[in-house]
Design a protein around this ligand. Structure first.
Ligand SMILES: *Cc1c(COP(=O)(O)O)cnc(C)c1O
Length: 403
C-alpha cells in the first residue's frame, strides 16, 4: 500500500503549485482517528515503552518525539510544509520572527566575528546586533541598501554573515538576490534574506543561491493577525547547529499555536493573490492622487527597483508606503485617523488591513536625526493591505485623503 507523505511522490510528473503544497505538503496521508486535519498534541513530554526504546531513540534508530522543547508532531508537519513551499531542505520553526533571527545569529556567530547588513532593516534586528551581539564581541557593519560594491568592500576575513531583507520595510527596496548571493559565494561568507514581506509565493531566495531564508510567520504565512511565529529555511547540514541551539534557547511554539499556523497556511496562496492584487491597485490609485507626494511600491514603474522586482517576483505584496504632499506629522496623522476600514496597528500581512505612521508607531522614541538617517519622514504612512474588497479600500482611502 502506498502511504506517501511527501507530495512530490504523489505526483511524480507534475510539480505541485503553491496551494497544493500549502494544503497537503508535509502531512501524513493517514492521520490519527482517520481525521482530515492534524491533531493538536498537547504533550510536554513523550513516553518510551522501555529502556531499549530510549536507547534506540538516542542512537537515532527510531525517529520520534522526546520532550516539548525539542519539537512536537504538529510542528514537524508545518516545518515540512514550509520547507516545501520555500523549496528548501529543512525548516526550523520558532515562537516569533525575532526568536528565529536571534536563534540563527547566536548559533552562527562567535566573538570577533562580523556581520554586514543592508541598512534598511527591521529595527529590532538592527537593535539586537548593535546593542546585544556587540556585548559578546560581534561587530555589526551597515552599508547602504542595494549598494553591492559597498557590501563587498565591507567584508573582512572575520565576516561570517551577510544579511538583508527583501523587500525592505518600510521602503520596499528590492535586493538583486543573485548579486547578493554571489558576494557571499565569492567571499566565502553565508547569506541570509529576511523575506517576510515577499513570502515564498512572490520569491524564493534559495533559488538564487542565498543560504538562509527567514520569515516572521506572524505576517503573511499565518495571515490572520492571531499568532506569532518565525521560521528559517535552508540546507539541513548548515542548520544543524541552529536546530541544536533552538532546543536550548527554548523559543518554541505551543501545539495550539502550531495548529493555528497550519490552518492559516491552507489559504496562503489565495490570500497572497488577493493581497498582491490589492497592493498593486491601491498603489496605482495612490500614485495618481493629488494629495500624495510619493508612493513606495515595487510594482510601480516609478519605483527605483521595479526592474529587479519585475524579473524576480511573482507579485509585489500588500505593503505600501506613501508620503502625503505638503503635510506635517499632525496632518498626516489626520489621514491615518480618518480611514474607516484599516485598523491602526503595527504588523502586516494579515487578512485585516492595517495602517500606521512609522514616525509614531515604530520611531517615536528616535531622535529626528536618526529618523532622517533611517529615511522615516513625518509625512510617511504605511498601509498593509488585507483581503478586503479593493474598491472598498480605495473608496475609504479616497475619503480620508479628501477630508
Ligand atoms: C515582523 C517582522 C519581524 C519580526 O517578527 P516577529 O514575528 O514580530 O518577531 C522580522 N522581520 C520583518 C521583516 C518583520 O516584518
Amino acid at each position: 500500500m502506498k502511504s506517501p507523505r511527501q507530495l512530490e511522490s504523489l505526483s511524480p510528473t507534475q510539480k505541485p503549485g503553491a496551494s497544493t503544497l500549502a494544503v497537503h505538503a508535509g502531512e501524513d496521508r493517514h492521520k490519527l482517528g482517520d481525521s482530515i486535519t492534524d491533531p493538536i498534541v498537547c504533550a510536554a513530554t513523550y513516553t518510551f515503552a522501555d529502556t531499549q526504546a530510549v536507547i534506540d531513540f538516542i542512537e537515532k534508530k527510531q525517529p520520534r518525539e522526546e520532550y516539548g522543547r525539542y519539537g512536537n508532531p504538529g510542528e514537524k508537519v508545518v516545518e515540512r510544509k514550509l520547507a516545501a513551499l520555500e523549496g528548501g531542505e529543512l525548516a526550523l520553526l520558532y515562537s516569533s520572527g525575532m526568536a528565529a533571527i536571534v536563534g540563527l545569529l547566536m548559533a552562527k556567530l562567535n566573538s570577533g566575528d562580523e556581520v554586514v547588513f543592508f541598512d534598511e532593516c527591521y529595527h529590532r534586528s538592527r537593535e539586537f546586533c548593535a546593542k546585544h551581539l556587540s556585548r559578546f564581541g560581534v561587530v555589526t557593519r551597515q552599508v547602504k541598501t542595494c549598494d553591492y560594491e559597498a557590501m563587498d568592500a565591507a567584508v573582512t576575513p572575520q565576516t561570517k554573515l551577510l544579511i538583508s531583507e527583501s523587500p525592505t520595510n518600510p521602503h520596499l527596496s528590492i535586493v538583486d538576490l543573485e548579486r547578493f548571493a554571489a558576494i557571499g559565494k565569492r567571499r566565502g561568507v553565508e547569506t541570509l534574506i529576511d523575506a517576510t514581506l515577499a513570502t515564498p509565493y512572490n520569491v524564493r531566495p534559495l533559488e538564487y543561491g542565498v543560504d538562509y531564508v527567514l520569515h516572521s510567520a506572524t505576517k503573511y504565512l499565518a495571515g490572520h493577525n492571531d499568532l506569532l511565529a518565525g521560521v528559517i529555511v535552508g540546507a539541513a547540514e548548515k542548520l544543524e547547529p541552529v536546530k541544536k541551539l533552538r532546543g536550548i534557547l527554548g523559543a518554541v511554539n505551543s501545539p495550539h499555536n502550531i495548529f493555528l499556523l497550519e490552518r492559516g497556511l491552507k489559504t496562503f496562496e489565495l490570500r497572497m493573490q488577493r493581497q498582491n492584487a490589492n497592493g498593486q491597485e491601491i498603489a496605482e490609485f495612490l500614485v495618481a492622487h493629488p494629495r500624495v507626494e510619493r508612493v513606495y511600491y515595487p510594482g510601480l514603474p516609478s519605483h527605483p527597483y521595479h526592474e529587479v522586482a519585475r524579473q524576480t517576483m511573482r507579485g509585489f505584496g500588500g505593503l505600501i508606503t506613501f508620503l502625503v504632499k505638503d503635510a506635517n506629522w499632525q496632518q498626516t496623522a489626520q489621514i491615518v485617523d480618518a480611514v474607516r476600514i484599516p485598523r491602526i496597528g503595527p504588523s502586516l500581512g494579515g487578512v485585516e488591513s492595517l495602517i500606521e505612521q512609522p514616525l509614531v508607531m515604530s520611531y517615536y522614541e528616535c531622535t529626528a536625526e536618526d529618523r532622517q538617517r533611517f529615511g522615516i519622514y513625518d509625512n510617511m504612512i504605511r498601509l498593509s493591505c488585507g483581503i478586503e474588497n479593493c474598491e472598498d479600500l480605495i473608496a475609504d482611502l479616497k475619503q480620508a485623503l479628501e477630508q
